[in-house]
Design a protein around this ligand. Structure first.
Ligand code: CUK
Ligand code: CUA
Ligand code: CA
Length: 627
């Protein structure tokens, strides 16, 4: 073993120690030995690892990246877009959070979608698929905090739908079907009473969790399947037949110790065809006041759900680009379980046992979490406790599993990452077009890799060149906490529009108002009073607002509806009303609206907060509130 920085070693021991509570766990982890240490950590006198013969992540000023990276924002509640390989942050898309720059969670339509809530916890971003690859239409993202699923329209790069999933606490793993934009499957991580109305409070045996199917086109909740164990990560196959969910609390415990009691938990396999049939035949029930059909599949290895025993507190599950294998990571076991998807049919028909679908279980390191692929038969697993990425060969792992006597070694390389890696993903890894170029390693701790910015450190998203036989770290990418997952997408599959295209559902709302009030949004500047409700239609065209003065009475509810007439790319305006907590963005050719109460008499300047013109500072007017 190479020499390490002592405090790094301590940190690993500390983190490992805090996780290793069960006695059986230490024993199960003891067999794992690290093989290749990879390059030494940089920053301690070691050679920087960027000197290598492979690809450069450097993108010259004015040059464009080759991939879009879609990052979840974790408890920031947003989605971020990064350019890969430069790792430059290009945009943040507010989803469940309040965003002062764009007015998200303040504008009328976003408020309506969010129902007054302004926080969320996004973990998993996935794009809509057609024929096993991205079709460039939608981004889906979960909210673990409040059990929701949201969708972003890629043309506008704006959240266009948010769905509350009934009786789903801790909506965590999500995955869209890959044969077409069909269902988006969503896992509830937390078991809870059904319905959660005060019953069964102290009877955890009766708690359950739901696997929910949402139509990716209409964003309607189609059905739910109730199971007994919790569900963590989710994946789908490439044919539309199955979805998968790892369960780390198959024990049904309510404490961490209890959740680690058993050596094996389970991978749930949902048979989507059989479920759809049962739903169509009405073999369902409902829970509480939700109208969504629920199939109760607790406890039975029936035609709907199968449980494959796998070790121990499994976390990630990922399907390889050939669609042949689902790989579940042990987390508290040093192994990954490789499930052969073609065998599932026989297992569902009772011809083989569920466990017979496991065709390999290689030892990859301490605390395996997630797996990415290069399209050349290799898997890359993030190893949290060891802070490494393990590159291993899937076919060799299968040969080793079956071999009598001498076993081939599937492990190709382990490379240090900095530090405590969570998710991992490779360019196009979640599609059949995985291209084996770049790997992003989303590390939870950055410690000494960046300038000290106080107790809250950035995360460290490292970029790894996987185009050669050996992995090479080429870039550290600090991010604001806390992205969990990312997908890396070829740039020619993503075509956002440069001007607002007015197809989003919120435009229907403005058009209806305009019709009611006999107004042309693009032409008219008009104040419409209805009792104490005042609607202000106003245009913007650099460097002017259509109204220089808006006169209302104290106590009026004022709604500004602003339409940006500018047809120039990148020419945004916005509206900020001084002292009234009103601030929103209006893209070129966009309309936005926000409502507030004018509760203080006086003169309040409204102004454009986006630097749009040499006379940008002069782009303002007076809100005159009469006593
Ligand atoms: S979970 Cu965060 S590291 Cu929410 Cu995908 Cu595995
Ligand atoms: Cu418009 Cu500044
Ligand atoms: Ca467990």
């Amino acid at each position: 073993m190479k020499k390490r920085e002592p405090n790094l070693e301590n940190r690993r021991e500390f983190i490992a120690g805090s996780l290793v509570v069960g006695a059986g766990l230490a024993a199960s982890l003891a067999g794992c030995e690290r093989k290749d240490q990879g390059p030494a950590p940089t920053g301690s006198g070691a050679e920087p690892s960027t000197k290598h013969a492979g690809m450069s992540p450097h993108i010259e000023p004015g040059q464009l990246d080759h991939y879009y990276g879609f990052w979840s924002g974790g408890h920031s509640g947003e989605i971020r877009i990064l350019g890969v390989p430069s790792m430059r942050e290009l945009k943040r898309i507010p989803v469940f959070n309040r965003d002062s720059a764009t007015g998200w969670a303040q504008t009328d339509y976003s408020k309506k979608m969010l129902k007054g809530r302004t926080s969320g916890d996004t973990h998993h971003v996935h794009l809509s698929y057609t024929d096993g690859t991205y079709d460039g239409r939608y981004i889906f993202v979960n909210d673990k905090a409040q059990g929701r699923l949201a969708r972003v329209d890629i043309e506008s790069m704006e959240t266009d739908a948010i769905v509350d999933i009934p009786h789903s606490q801790g909506t965590h793993g999500i995955f869209p079907q890959r044969h077409k934009t069909g269902l988006v499957l969503c896992n509830a991580e937390f078991r809870s009473p059904m319905p959660n109305d005060g019953r069964d409070l102290d009877d955890p045996k009766k708690y359950a969790a739901l696997h929910t199917a949402i139509d990716g086109e209409t964003m309607e909740v189609k059905w739910q399947v109730m199971v007994e164990g919790n569900m963590d990560l989710c994946a789908t196959d490439y044919k539309g037949l199955y979805s998968f969910a790892t369960s780390y609390n198959f024990e049904g415990a309510t404490s961490a110790e209890g959740m680690m009691a058993n050596e094996r938990d389970a991978l749930y396999v949902f048979n989507l065809e059989n479920i759809a049939k049962a739903v169509a035949e009405g073999k369902t029930t409902t829970i509480g006041d939700s109208k969504v059909p629920v199939l109760d599949a607790r406890g039975d290895d029936g035609p709907y759900v199968m449980r494959i025993p796998i070790p121990k507190n499994p976390h990630g599950v990922n399907v390889d680009p050939t669609g042949k294998y689902a790989i579940a990571s042990g987390k508290l076991s040093a192994t990954c379980s490789v499930i052969e998807i073609d065998k599932l049919k026989d297992a569902f028909e009772g011809k083989i046992k569920p466990r017979d679908c496991v065709v390999a279980e290689p030892e990859v390191g301490l605390g395996p979490l997630h797996t990415a692929f290069d399209g050349k038969g290799n898997a890359y697993t993030s190893i949290f406790l060891d802070s490494v990425v393990t590159k291993w060969n899937i076919e060799k792992a299968i040969q080793a599993h079956n071999a009598k006597g001498e076993k081939p070694d599937p492990i190709i390389q382990k490379i240090d990452v900095h530090y405590q890696i969570g998710h991992i993903n490779a360019s196009m890894s979640e599609t059949k077009e995985a291209d084996g170029k770049w790997l992003v390693a989303l590390c939870k701790f950055s410690k000494d890799r960046f300038l000290n910015v106080g107790p809250l450190h950035p995360e460290n998203d490292q970029l790894i060149d996987i185009s050669g036989e050996k992995m090479v770290i080429v870039h550290d990418g600090p991010t604001y906490p806390e992205p969990h997952d990312a997908v890396v997408v070829k740039k020619d599959l993503i075509h956002p529009e440069k001007m607002q295209n007015r197809k989003l559902p919120r435009f229907k709302m403005y058009e209806e108002w305009a019709k009611e009030d006999g107004v042309d949004l693009f032409k008219d500047n008009k104040i419409v009073r209805n009792g104490k409700d005042v609607r202000v239609y106003m245009t913007s065209l650099a460097p002017n607002f259509g109204l220089k003065e808006v006169r209302v009475k104290k106590g009026d509810t004022v709604q500004f509806v602003v339409t940006n007439q500018d047809k120039v790319e990148d020419l945004c305006h916005g509206l900020c009303v001084s002292q009234h907590d009103v601030n929103f963005l209006v893209n070129p050719q966009d309309t936005q609206s926000e409502t507030f109460v004018a509760d203080k008499a006086g003169v309040y300047w409204y102004y454009c907060p986006w630097f749009c013109h040499a006379l940008h500072l002069e782009m303002r007017g007076r809100l005159i509130v009469e006593a």
